[in-house]
Design a protein around this ligand. Sequence first.
Ligand SMILES: N[C@@H](CC(=O)c1ccccc1NC=O)C(=O)O
Length: 258
Amino acid sequence: MEAMRDNSNVKSQVKQDAIIFIHGGAWRDPNNTFKDFEKLIKNINNELSSLSSLNNKIELYSLDYRLSPTVKHPCHLIDVINAINYIIKNINSNLKNLTLVGHSVGSTLAIQVLDYKKLLNYYNENIDELDISFIKNLVLLDGIYDIPKLLDEYPSYLSFINEAFEEKNFNTATQLSISNKDEKNVQIGMYFKFLKKIIIVQSENDELLSLNQTNFFVKWLNSIGIYKFEKILDDFGKHNDVYESDKLKDLIILNFYK
Ligand SMILES: N[C@@H](CC(=O)c1ccccc1NC=O)C(=O)O
């Protein structure tokens, strides 16, 4: 596991809040790494230092996970869970409130984390338990939430889906595609109800994803009885501009620092 911790303003180890960023890149693009969020983190810190009314009370982390084709699902998810556990247990044991920010398949991973036990039930993987109740907020940026429906819309994306998943495992990758299929999974999505904030961002100018994935996710939240979330449809630039945009910086400061 590799993780970046922003130390520029760490004065003590008593911070209880953290934001954990999870990058995208179709599970495979070596150009998407934890450094995707470097500029955003810098911009957040610059703004905080100029606004003396806001103290820097949140620790910021950005994660890496192993990529495909070296590994397949559910290894990406397992790496993310282990990384979050590592932060909670070994880096700052005072942390209590986590916000997960995911971009693209980082959003896929962020939602998978909330039901990781059920999703990993399809595999024989032993991992240390993660206490999901630490996760209080989700910020999802131009995410992929339902892989079968993604393939209906974009058959060519099978090229990277096939690298990331063994055979048809993508059918059980997220809550959205299993909940239609498997009636035993009535409890799926339960943890979303305990979240304080769910913010779903989609750029109108994303050239790789239409609004469909975001709309499927919103529909699914409604189907499990969740109506309390914020859906933000705006111009955040192209797919890979979203995580560097000033609008995202403003949104994070407004929602988590004020
Ligand atoms: N550059 C990527 C493509 C990619 O990242 C992507 C393409 C379409 C929809 C979502 C994508 N990324 C999500 O993490 C690749 O190597 O396939």
